[in-house]
Design a protein around this ligand. Structure first.
Ligand code: ATP
Length: 327
């Protein structure tokens, strides 16, 4: 058993629905084990500025169901420097914080790992990002909510697309990963799905859309991840508008953008966030550090942080094949 005097907790990087539920679980697990808790506001920015707030059971009442993060999130350039991390570590020591739970994505974990290496602090990460792109967990906190938001919006677009026989290009989030695009595309019945993990020729996209539009003369939805190499919805729209073969096709683009980050977390995200928050504190108490807690095959699993940010989580290519059969 590891003695922890005071536990620091922070949310960092892109916010994700369910971060609050995770925070609640971290605080309550610590309190139940007589560990003091300090919330660190604005991620690494707040760590460097000493923006800390004492937390107890009631500090996290009534936040389980809310999106965003009550501790706020930020990106910090200063933390990328040794000086910045030294200031952060000094502030943590002054406040007797000897262990940390970091809720965020791979950048957050790179920073957390450096705190372990350079300053000997105990850190456990909880995967919080809508992108689901973290190795070591089947799903990240926030992904299921973002996915459902995307599907809900695709359904709405389908109604209007259908009414006018239109072609819609729907852009969903995912700069480097296509999890949201692939699964919202399948769940929303998209005719074509474009993701950063696969290289697609524009000529193939055009050919497929033309054959779909002429064959069925009704709505066609293309779901594209923002990081797809064809330039997202706008890049594809430009290419189609420049081509005479598309002059008779009514075409619209919708970028779902930050709607995917907000909103109440789904049941699945609330449960995942709660499990991971509890597991993070228990792992620290068991003496683990420099690891991320994840859920794989419904079991809690610890993965070294360097493996989390050093490896790429693969999409399921069989799912991609499904679209060709189903559309
Ligand atoms: P998301 O995946 O949702 O974008 P993230 O945690 O990956 O979340 P980032 O902006 O990449 O978000 O990282 C959050 C913060 O972590 C950065 O602003 C920076 O302060 C810190 N960080 C990222 N990479 C490093 C690094 N190599 N060294 C030190 N700190 C880092």
């Amino acid at each position: 058993m590891q003695d922890i005097e005071c536990l620091g907790v922070y949310t960092s990087g892109g916010d994700a629905p369910g971060m609050n539920a995770c925070l609640r679980a971290v605080v309550r697990t610590a309190v139940a084990n007589d560990i003091e808790v300090m919330g660190i506001r604005r991620g690494y920015e707040g760590m460097i500025a000493g923006d800390f707030v004492e937390m107890e059971r009631r500090s996290v009442s009534n936040i389980l169901q809310s999106g965003g993060t009550i501790l706020k999130s930020a990106r910090s350039e200063a933390f990328r420097t040794e000086e910045g991390r030294q200031r952060a570590a000094d502030n943590l020591r002054e406040n007797s914080i000897d262990a940390l739970v970091a809720i965020g994505g791979d950048g957050t974990f790179r920073g957390a790992s450096k705190l372990c290496d350079e300053h000997g602090l105990g850190v456990v990460g909880c995967p919080g990002t809508i992108d689901n792109d973290l190795y070591g967990t089947d799903q990240t906190i926030g992904y299921d909510t973002a996915l459902n938001t995307a599907i809900d919006n695709i359904d709405r677009i389908r109604d209007t697309a259908d009414a006018h026989n239109r072609l819609f290009l729907v852009e969903v989030m995912g700069r480097d990963a296509g999890f949201i695009a692939l699964n919202s595309g399948i769940g929303g019945g998209a005719e074509l799905i474009l993701i950063p993990e696969t290289i697609t020729e524009m000529s193939m996209v055009k050919e497929r859309i033309l054959s779909l539009m002429t064959a069925q003369r009704r709505s066609t939805i293309v779901v594209v991840a923002e990081g797809d190499e064809l330039g997202g919805a706008q890049g594809i729209e430009r290419a189609l508008r420049d081509d005479e073969a598309f002059s008779d096709i009514e075409l619209r683009s919708t970028i779902l953008g930050h709607t995917q980050r907000g909103g109440a977390p789904t049941a699945s995200d609330r449960v995942l966030a709660s499990r991971l928050g509890v597991a993070a504190v228990e792992s620290l108490m068991d003496g683990h550090s420099d690891v991320m807690v994840g859920v794989t095959n419904n079991e809690i699993k610890l993965t070294p942080l360097h493996n989390v940010y050093g490896r790429r989580k693969s999409i399921d290519y069989d799912l991609l094949k499904l679209t060709q059969i189903l559309s």
